[in-house]
Design a protein around this ligand. Structure first.
Ligand SMILES: Cc1ncc(COP(=O)(O)O)c(C=O)c1O
Length: 387
């Protein structure tokens, strides 16, 4: 039986994009110099297009990105790198391999990278710290799954479990900034805007790949894209990528019902905090406050925001598994949103480009980061999906 809960949909009038503070020049060239860089797969899945009643579904599969099970390394690595360059004054052009960069950083040690995380961003910061010979200190909200804590620790980081929500973890991590500790947060606050903009810029590599891959494979360009939103940084990257693009796809932001901080900000006309607990299986989206630097961009560029219940993400995980795509709970948010929209709000098909000739881009933003929960939802473990 498919889920039956109604999504909440807020349509939004798009407007001209505000200028962002920094350009993303050089991001792709930076990522290409990281060990194991390769564009993640983009492919069409007819079974999902049939289920949704659209022409094409393109999956951008981020379940393995630079050796980690989520897209977040793109933003974490670029923001960490830019922070280190700014802190040390190193010449950004004076290296071609990660070993050379590590060598150049060595005289400036000890250096620590610090951040809060729901899991993926923190693990990625810890990974780039390890690659560059730095230390990492990572804060996670209470209740973070053991598998996620262990994964961050496996990168050599020190993990602190806070007593509260993700927002509380952000506040704690912010306090440790000093001359030897660089905070690399994916969300922003007053006076801390530069680094989170670098995180957003880092995500541009994924969208550059999509553009390149659609051309090379002779695929149609997306006419509708769903952006899963925690603090809204990925959403801002997607909106920025399509600024000035003709024809422009419809861009829909989505978030869990219990952590709908972007929708609350849209309704209030400014960033507001949604009180916790932000209980959801989509832990990567379990945030109570949108990033203030992402907000103007997503407010200008999202055609709609949608909040929806966990059961749609579970259904999406199962459908993706049936197609051989291993997606974690958060990774399935975009497909879950499309399922909820076509099943419960068919009246919006026209407005949201969900018709029989449309092309939906579904970014599977993470793999099975909590294998125990994955098995309980999908019925088999992530290693058995292909069996
Ligand atoms: C797997 C995954 N998808 C999507 C997001 C949402 O990104 P943002 O917080 O930039 O909105 C996150 C954030 O942590 C994530 O981990």
């Amino acid at each position: 039986m498919p889920p039956t809960s109604d999504p909440k949909v807020l349509l939004n009038e798009i407007s001209e994009l505000p200028m962002t503070s920094s350009a993303s020049r050089g991001v792709l060239q930076f990522h290409e110099r990281l060990p194991g860089y390769a564009p993640t797969p983009l492919f069409s899945v007819q079974g999902l297009a049939d289920r949704l009643g659209v022409g094409t579904v393109l999956i951008k599969d981020e379940s393995e990105r630079l050796g980690l099970p989520a897209f977040k390394m793109l933003g974490a690595s670029w923001a960490s790198y830019r922070s280190i360059i700014a802190h040390t004054g190193l010449d950004p052009d004076a290296w071609s391999t990660i070993e050379e960069l590590t060598e150049r950083i060595r005289p400036h040690l000890p250096l620590t990278l610090a951040t809060a995380t729901d899991g993926n961003h923190g693990r990625a910061v810890a990974r780039i710290a390890r690659l560059l010979g730095l230390r990492a200190r990572i804060w996670v909200p209470v209740g973070t799954a053991d598998a996620r804590v262990r994964a961050i620790e496996s990168e050599g980081a020190t993990v602190t479990v806070t007593d509260g929500t993700y927002d509380d973890a952000v506040a704690e991590a912010a306090l440790v900034a000093d001359e030897a500790t660089l905070v690399v947060s994916d969300t922003s606050w007053l006076g801390y805007e530069v680094v989170p903009q670098w995180v957003i810029d880092g995500y541009s590599t994924m969208m550059s790949e999509v553009a390149d891959q659609t051309v090379k494979a002779g695929l149609s360009e997306p006419t509708v894209i769903v952006a899963p939103m925690g603090v809204g940084a990925l959403g801002a990257a997607i909106v920025s990528h399509y600024a000035g693009h003709e024809p422009r796809p419809v861009i829909v932001g989505c978030e869990p019902t219990n952590a709908a901080c972007v929708m609350a900000a849209f309704e209030a006309g400014e960033v507001v905090t949604v009180p916790g607990p932000h209980d959801t299986i989509m832990v990567g989206l379990s945030c109570g406050t949108a990033s203030p630097i992402a907000f103007p961009t997503i407010k200008a560029g999202l055609n709609a925001t949608v909040s929806f219940d966990d059961e749609w993400a579970e259904e999406a995980m199962r459908l993706l598994a049936a197609e051989g795509v291993i997606s974690g709970e958060t990774g399935a948010a975009a497909l879950g949103t499309l399922l909820a929209l076509v099943d419960r709000r068919p009246d919006l098909r026209g407005e949201l480009n969900l018709g029989p000739r449309d092309v939906a881009l579904v970014i599977v933003t993470e793999g099975a980061t909590d294998p125990v929960n994955y098995r309980s939802i999908v019925g088999v473990g992530p290693n058995e999906v292909y069996a």
